[in-house]
Design a protein around this ligand. Structure first.
Ligand code: DOR
Ligand code: ZN
Length: 350
Protein backbone atom coordinates (compact mmCIF):
# COMPACT_ATOMS: atom_id res chain seq x y z
CA UNK A 1 0.00 0.00 0.00
CA UNK A 2 1.28 3.50 -0.78
CA UNK A 3 2.26 5.51 2.25
CA UNK A 4 -0.57 8.07 2.29
CA UNK A 5 1.22 10.34 4.69
CA UNK A 6 4.53 10.75 2.96
CA UNK A 7 4.38 13.64 0.49
CA UNK A 8 7.83 15.12 0.84
CA UNK A 9 11.04 13.18 0.59
CA UNK A 10 14.64 14.32 0.51
CA UNK A 11 17.26 11.86 -0.72
CA UNK A 12 20.92 11.99 -1.62
CA UNK A 13 21.39 13.07 -5.20
CA UNK A 14 20.98 9.99 -7.44
CA UNK A 15 23.55 8.54 -9.83
CA UNK A 16 22.85 6.69 -13.05
CA UNK A 17 25.04 3.59 -13.32
CA UNK A 18 24.25 2.99 -17.01
CA UNK A 19 23.63 5.84 -19.43
CA UNK A 20 23.92 6.54 -23.17
CA UNK A 21 24.76 10.15 -23.92
CA UNK A 22 25.82 9.72 -27.59
CA UNK A 23 27.85 12.51 -29.19
CA UNK A 24 27.51 15.75 -31.16
CA UNK A 25 24.04 17.29 -31.44
CA UNK A 26 22.38 14.41 -29.59
CA UNK A 27 24.79 14.74 -26.64
CA UNK A 28 24.09 18.46 -26.48
CA UNK A 29 20.34 17.86 -26.36
CA UNK A 30 20.19 14.95 -23.90
CA UNK A 31 22.90 15.85 -21.39
CA UNK A 32 20.81 18.47 -19.49
CA UNK A 33 18.07 15.88 -19.02
CA UNK A 34 20.50 13.84 -16.90
CA UNK A 35 22.45 16.62 -15.18
CA UNK A 36 19.17 18.08 -13.85
CA UNK A 37 18.70 15.23 -11.37
CA UNK A 38 21.87 13.13 -11.33
CA UNK A 39 25.29 13.71 -9.80
CA UNK A 40 27.24 11.09 -11.77
CA UNK A 41 26.67 8.54 -14.48
CA UNK A 42 28.50 5.60 -15.97
CA UNK A 43 28.74 6.57 -19.63
CA UNK A 44 28.34 3.82 -22.21
CA UNK A 45 31.07 3.60 -24.85
CA UNK A 46 29.03 2.33 -27.82
CA UNK A 47 29.65 5.30 -30.10
CA UNK A 48 30.51 4.82 -33.75
CA UNK A 49 33.44 4.15 -33.68
CA UNK A 50 33.42 2.86 -30.10
CA UNK A 51 35.34 4.31 -27.15
CA UNK A 52 38.05 1.66 -26.91
CA UNK A 53 41.24 3.21 -25.57
CA UNK A 54 42.15 5.50 -22.68
CA UNK A 55 42.74 8.22 -25.25
CA UNK A 56 39.26 7.70 -26.78
CA UNK A 57 37.66 7.91 -23.33
CA UNK A 58 39.56 11.03 -22.42
CA UNK A 59 38.48 12.74 -25.66
CA UNK A 60 34.86 11.70 -25.15
CA UNK A 61 34.88 12.94 -21.56
CA UNK A 62 36.16 16.32 -22.78
CA UNK A 63 33.29 16.52 -25.28
CA UNK A 64 30.78 15.72 -22.53
CA UNK A 65 32.26 18.35 -20.23
CA UNK A 66 32.18 20.89 -23.06
CA UNK A 67 28.46 20.15 -23.61
CA UNK A 68 27.54 20.64 -19.96
CA UNK A 69 24.70 23.10 -19.32
CA UNK A 70 25.72 26.21 -17.35
CA UNK A 71 25.79 25.67 -13.59
CA UNK A 72 25.54 21.89 -13.79
CA UNK A 73 27.59 19.84 -11.39
CA UNK A 74 27.87 16.41 -12.90
CA UNK A 75 30.67 13.89 -13.23
CA UNK A 76 30.74 11.54 -16.20
CA UNK A 77 32.35 8.22 -15.24
CA UNK A 78 33.81 6.80 -18.41
CA UNK A 79 33.93 3.21 -19.63
CA UNK A 80 36.11 1.46 -22.19
CA UNK A 81 34.54 -0.74 -24.82
CA UNK A 82 36.15 -4.18 -24.54
CA UNK A 83 37.37 -5.68 -27.82
CA UNK A 84 39.42 -8.77 -28.51
CA UNK A 85 42.36 -6.42 -29.21
CA UNK A 86 42.08 -4.38 -26.00
CA UNK A 87 45.51 -3.88 -24.41
CA UNK A 88 45.61 -4.65 -20.65
CA UNK A 89 48.27 -1.97 -20.16
CA UNK A 90 46.06 0.69 -21.72
CA UNK A 91 43.16 -0.38 -19.48
CA UNK A 92 45.37 -0.19 -16.42
CA UNK A 93 46.61 3.25 -17.41
CA UNK A 94 43.03 4.49 -17.93
CA UNK A 95 42.12 3.25 -14.47
CA UNK A 96 45.24 4.57 -12.74
CA UNK A 97 44.90 8.01 -14.33
CA UNK A 98 41.22 8.29 -13.41
CA UNK A 99 40.13 8.33 -17.05
CA UNK A 100 37.93 5.23 -16.97
CA UNK A 101 35.90 3.81 -14.11
CA UNK A 102 34.91 0.50 -15.71
CA UNK A 103 35.19 -1.63 -18.83
CA UNK A 104 32.10 -2.61 -20.82
CA UNK A 105 31.64 -6.04 -22.31
CA UNK A 106 29.26 -6.33 -25.23
CA UNK A 107 28.94 -9.77 -26.77
CA UNK A 108 29.47 -9.01 -30.49
CA UNK A 109 26.18 -8.20 -32.16
CA UNK A 110 24.11 -8.14 -28.96
CA UNK A 111 22.77 -4.63 -29.42
CA UNK A 112 23.20 -1.14 -30.91
CA UNK A 113 26.79 -0.58 -32.14
CA UNK A 114 28.14 -3.78 -30.63
CA UNK A 115 29.79 -5.18 -33.75
CA UNK A 116 33.28 -4.68 -32.28
CA UNK A 117 32.36 -6.60 -29.13
CA UNK A 118 33.64 -9.94 -27.93
CA UNK A 119 33.16 -13.22 -29.83
CA UNK A 120 35.71 -15.42 -28.09
CA UNK A 121 35.73 -14.75 -24.35
CA UNK A 122 39.08 -16.50 -23.90
CA UNK A 123 40.70 -13.76 -26.00
CA UNK A 124 39.87 -11.12 -23.40
CA UNK A 125 41.10 -13.17 -20.45
CA UNK A 126 44.36 -11.17 -20.04
CA UNK A 127 42.33 -7.96 -19.77
CA UNK A 128 39.90 -9.48 -17.26
CA UNK A 129 42.79 -10.84 -15.19
CA UNK A 130 44.41 -7.42 -15.10
CA UNK A 131 41.12 -5.76 -14.13
CA UNK A 132 40.67 -8.20 -11.25
CA UNK A 133 44.22 -7.45 -10.11
CA UNK A 134 43.72 -3.67 -10.10
CA UNK A 135 40.12 -3.75 -8.82
CA UNK A 136 38.49 -2.30 -11.94
CA UNK A 137 34.88 -3.42 -12.46
CA UNK A 138 33.42 -4.99 -15.59
CA UNK A 139 29.98 -3.89 -16.83
CA UNK A 140 28.30 -6.65 -18.79
CA UNK A 141 25.56 -6.66 -21.39
CA UNK A 142 24.22 -10.08 -20.43
CA UNK A 143 22.70 -11.59 -23.54
CA UNK A 144 23.97 -14.32 -25.82
CA UNK A 145 23.81 -13.52 -29.50
CA UNK A 146 23.34 -17.01 -30.93
CA UNK A 147 20.46 -16.64 -33.40
CA UNK A 148 19.27 -20.09 -32.37
CA UNK A 149 18.47 -18.83 -28.86
CA UNK A 150 15.06 -17.24 -28.46
CA UNK A 151 15.37 -13.51 -27.74
CA UNK A 152 13.36 -13.88 -24.52
CA UNK A 153 15.83 -16.52 -23.26
CA UNK A 154 19.08 -14.79 -24.15
CA UNK A 155 19.74 -13.34 -20.71
CA UNK A 156 19.13 -16.60 -18.83
CA UNK A 157 21.32 -18.52 -21.28
CA UNK A 158 24.06 -15.88 -20.94
CA UNK A 159 24.21 -16.49 -17.20
CA UNK A 160 24.85 -20.21 -17.66
CA UNK A 161 27.00 -20.12 -20.78
CA UNK A 162 29.09 -16.99 -20.29
CA UNK A 163 28.78 -15.35 -16.88
CA UNK A 164 29.20 -18.42 -14.71
CA UNK A 165 32.35 -19.55 -16.60
CA UNK A 166 33.85 -16.02 -16.39
CA UNK A 167 33.16 -15.89 -12.67
CA UNK A 168 34.57 -19.36 -12.15
CA UNK A 169 37.84 -18.50 -13.89
CA UNK A 170 38.01 -15.06 -12.34
CA UNK A 171 36.15 -14.94 -8.99
CA UNK A 172 37.95 -11.74 -7.95
CA UNK A 173 36.65 -9.72 -10.89
CA UNK A 174 33.94 -7.30 -9.83
CA UNK A 175 31.05 -7.58 -12.28
CA UNK A 176 27.93 -5.53 -12.81
CA UNK A 177 25.29 -7.42 -14.73
CA UNK A 178 23.55 -4.53 -16.39
CA UNK A 179 19.87 -3.90 -17.04
CA UNK A 180 18.71 -7.27 -15.71
CA UNK A 181 15.29 -8.27 -17.00
CA UNK A 182 14.63 -11.72 -15.56
CA UNK A 183 13.88 -13.48 -12.31
CA UNK A 184 16.78 -15.78 -13.26
CA UNK A 185 19.24 -12.88 -13.16
CA UNK A 186 17.80 -11.51 -9.91
CA UNK A 187 18.13 -14.95 -8.29
CA UNK A 188 21.66 -15.44 -9.61
CA UNK A 189 22.83 -12.08 -8.28
CA UNK A 190 21.06 -12.60 -4.97
CA UNK A 191 22.63 -16.04 -4.55
CA UNK A 192 26.13 -14.77 -5.30
CA UNK A 193 27.69 -13.41 -2.13
CA UNK A 194 30.64 -11.51 -3.59
CA UNK A 195 31.79 -9.35 -6.47
CA UNK A 196 28.52 -9.36 -8.40
CA UNK A 197 25.83 -6.69 -8.59
CA UNK A 198 23.10 -5.73 -11.06
CA UNK A 199 21.60 -2.56 -12.42
CA UNK A 200 17.89 -2.29 -13.14
CA UNK A 201 16.35 0.23 -15.52
CA UNK A 202 13.33 2.37 -14.81
CA UNK A 203 11.40 1.03 -17.78
CA UNK A 204 11.95 -2.63 -16.89
CA UNK A 205 10.32 -1.90 -13.52
CA UNK A 206 7.25 -0.61 -15.37
CA UNK A 207 6.67 -2.49 -18.62
CA UNK A 208 6.41 -6.14 -19.53
CA UNK A 209 6.36 -7.62 -23.02
CA UNK A 210 2.63 -7.06 -23.43
CA UNK A 211 3.28 -3.34 -23.37
CA UNK A 212 5.39 -3.77 -26.50
CA UNK A 213 3.29 -6.26 -28.39
CA UNK A 214 -0.34 -6.52 -27.24
CA UNK A 215 -2.95 -4.49 -29.11
CA UNK A 216 -0.40 -3.07 -31.58
CA UNK A 217 3.37 -2.78 -31.71
CA UNK A 218 4.89 0.04 -29.67
CA UNK A 219 8.42 0.72 -30.86
CA UNK A 220 9.16 3.23 -28.12
CA UNK A 221 9.04 0.37 -25.60
CA UNK A 222 11.46 -1.75 -27.61
CA UNK A 223 14.89 -2.00 -26.05
CA UNK A 224 17.52 -4.61 -25.34
CA UNK A 225 17.36 -6.73 -23.36
CA UNK A 226 13.71 -6.81 -24.37
CA UNK A 227 11.14 -6.62 -21.55
CA UNK A 228 9.97 -10.09 -20.43
CA UNK A 229 6.83 -11.59 -18.86
CA UNK A 230 5.05 -9.92 -15.94
CA UNK A 231 6.50 -12.38 -13.40
CA UNK A 232 9.96 -11.13 -14.31
CA UNK A 233 8.94 -7.49 -13.94
CA UNK A 234 7.59 -8.32 -10.48
CA UNK A 235 10.90 -9.98 -9.53
CA UNK A 236 12.75 -6.83 -10.66
CA UNK A 237 10.50 -4.58 -8.57
CA UNK A 238 10.99 -6.83 -5.54
CA UNK A 239 14.77 -6.67 -5.98
CA UNK A 240 14.77 -2.88 -6.47
CA UNK A 241 12.61 -2.09 -3.44
CA UNK A 242 14.27 -4.70 -1.21
CA UNK A 243 17.16 -2.46 -0.22
CA UNK A 244 19.57 -5.31 -1.11
CA UNK A 245 22.81 -3.46 -1.80
CA UNK A 246 23.55 -5.51 -4.91
CA UNK A 247 20.75 -3.88 -6.91
CA UNK A 248 20.89 -0.28 -8.07
CA UNK A 249 19.69 2.10 -10.75
CA UNK A 250 21.14 2.13 -14.24
CA UNK A 251 18.53 3.79 -16.45
CA UNK A 252 19.97 2.66 -19.79
CA UNK A 253 18.37 5.84 -21.07
CA UNK A 254 19.22 5.42 -24.75
CA UNK A 255 18.03 8.18 -27.08
CA UNK A 256 17.28 7.52 -30.74
CA UNK A 257 15.43 9.94 -32.99
CA UNK A 258 11.84 9.02 -33.78
CA UNK A 259 12.89 8.56 -37.41
CA UNK A 260 15.29 5.81 -36.33
CA UNK A 261 12.83 4.18 -33.94
CA UNK A 262 9.86 4.26 -36.32
CA UNK A 263 11.20 2.46 -39.35
CA UNK A 264 10.93 -1.00 -40.78
CA UNK A 265 13.79 -2.15 -38.57
CA UNK A 266 13.68 0.23 -35.62
CA UNK A 267 16.47 0.80 -33.09
CA UNK A 268 16.43 -0.58 -29.56
CA UNK A 269 16.38 2.00 -26.80
CA UNK A 270 14.12 3.81 -24.34
CA UNK A 271 14.81 7.45 -23.50
CA UNK A 272 13.87 7.91 -19.86
CA UNK A 273 16.31 10.51 -18.52
CA UNK A 274 13.78 13.38 -18.17
CA UNK A 275 11.18 11.58 -16.03
CA UNK A 276 13.09 8.67 -14.51
CA UNK A 277 13.14 9.92 -10.93
CA UNK A 278 9.41 10.73 -10.98
CA UNK A 279 8.70 7.28 -12.43
CA UNK A 280 10.81 5.55 -9.78
CA UNK A 281 9.20 7.49 -6.94
CA UNK A 282 5.81 6.33 -8.23
CA UNK A 283 6.93 2.68 -8.44
CA UNK A 284 8.41 2.73 -4.93
CA UNK A 285 5.39 4.60 -3.55
CA UNK A 286 2.91 2.12 -5.03
CA UNK A 287 5.00 -0.70 -3.54
CA UNK A 288 4.88 1.04 -0.14
CA UNK A 289 8.69 1.24 -0.18
CA UNK A 290 9.59 4.90 -0.56
CA UNK A 291 11.99 4.42 2.32
CA UNK A 292 14.15 2.24 0.05
CA UNK A 293 14.26 4.64 -2.90
CA UNK A 294 17.44 6.36 -1.77
CA UNK A 295 19.32 3.05 -1.42
CA UNK A 296 18.39 2.12 -4.99
CA UNK A 297 19.09 5.48 -6.65
CA UNK A 298 21.84 6.97 -4.52
CA UNK A 299 23.60 4.60 -2.10
CA UNK A 300 23.99 1.03 -3.39
CA UNK A 301 25.68 2.03 -6.65
CA UNK A 302 28.47 4.14 -5.13
CA UNK A 303 29.02 1.47 -2.48
CA UNK A 304 29.62 -1.22 -5.11
CA UNK A 305 31.89 1.06 -7.14
CA UNK A 306 33.81 2.02 -3.99
CA UNK A 307 32.82 5.69 -4.24
CA UNK A 308 31.24 7.95 -1.62
CA UNK A 309 27.57 8.84 -2.11
CA UNK A 310 26.83 12.35 -3.32
CA UNK A 311 26.80 14.87 -0.51
CA UNK A 312 24.00 17.02 -1.92
CA UNK A 313 20.35 16.03 -2.11
CA UNK A 314 17.21 16.27 -4.20
CA UNK A 315 13.73 16.85 -2.85
CA UNK A 316 10.68 14.97 -4.10
CA UNK A 317 7.23 16.41 -3.50
CA UNK A 318 3.96 14.55 -4.09
CA UNK A 319 0.92 16.36 -5.44
CA UNK A 320 -1.24 16.73 -8.54
CA UNK A 321 -0.01 14.80 -11.58
CA UNK A 322 3.21 16.19 -13.02
CA UNK A 323 3.65 16.23 -16.76
CA UNK A 324 6.81 15.86 -18.77
CA UNK A 325 7.22 16.71 -22.44
CA UNK A 326 6.41 13.77 -24.69
CA UNK A 327 9.48 14.61 -26.83
CA UNK A 328 12.68 16.53 -26.66
CA UNK A 329 13.90 18.32 -29.76
CA UNK A 330 17.39 17.67 -31.09
CA UNK A 331 19.14 18.96 -34.21
CA UNK A 332 18.79 15.42 -35.57
CA UNK A 333 15.02 15.35 -34.94
CA UNK A 334 12.64 14.66 -32.03
CA UNK A 335 13.32 11.97 -29.42
CA UNK A 336 10.35 10.46 -27.60
CA UNK A 337 10.41 10.41 -23.80
CA UNK A 338 9.44 7.18 -22.01
CA UNK A 339 5.70 7.03 -21.28
CA UNK A 340 5.12 5.02 -18.10
CA UNK A 341 1.42 4.70 -18.96
CA UNK A 342 0.26 6.05 -15.59
CA UNK A 343 0.12 9.43 -13.90
CA UNK A 344 3.22 10.65 -12.08
CA UNK A 345 2.62 12.45 -8.78
CA UNK A 346 6.16 13.07 -7.59
CA UNK A 347 7.84 16.30 -8.69
CA UNK A 348 11.59 16.60 -8.42
CA UNK A 349 12.97 19.81 -6.95
CA UNK A 350 16.70 19.73 -7.44
O1 DOR B 1 17.98 -0.81 -25.84
C1 DOR B 1 19.17 -0.61 -25.86
N1 DOR B 1 19.69 0.49 -26.45
N2 DOR B 1 19.98 -1.53 -25.33
C2 DOR B 1 21.31 -1.45 -25.44
O2 DOR B 1 21.98 -2.31 -24.93
C3 DOR B 1 21.93 -0.36 -26.22
C4 DOR B 1 21.07 0.80 -26.29
C5 DOR B 1 21.51 1.81 -27.31
O3 DOR B 1 22.70 2.12 -27.37
O4 DOR B 1 20.66 2.34 -28.01
ZN1 ZN C 1 22.73 0.40 -22.56
Amino acid sequence: MPDKHLTDLTIRRPDDWHLHLRDGAMLQAVLPETTRHFGRAIIMPNLVPPVVTASDASGYRDRILAAMPPGASFTPLMTLYLTEDTDPDDVERAHRDGIATAVKLYPAGATTNSASGVRDFDKVRPVLDRMAAIGMPLCVHGEVTDPAVDIFDREAVFIDKVLKPIRKKNPDLRIIMEHVTTEDAVDYVRDTPKNLAATITTHHLIINRNHILAGGIRPHYYCLPVAKREKHRIALVQAAVSGDTRFFLGTDSAPHTDARKLQECGCAGVFSAPNTISCLAEVFDVAGKLGKLEAFTSLNGPAFYGLPPNTNTIRLVKGDPVSYPSHIQTKDGPVTVFDPGFALHWRVES
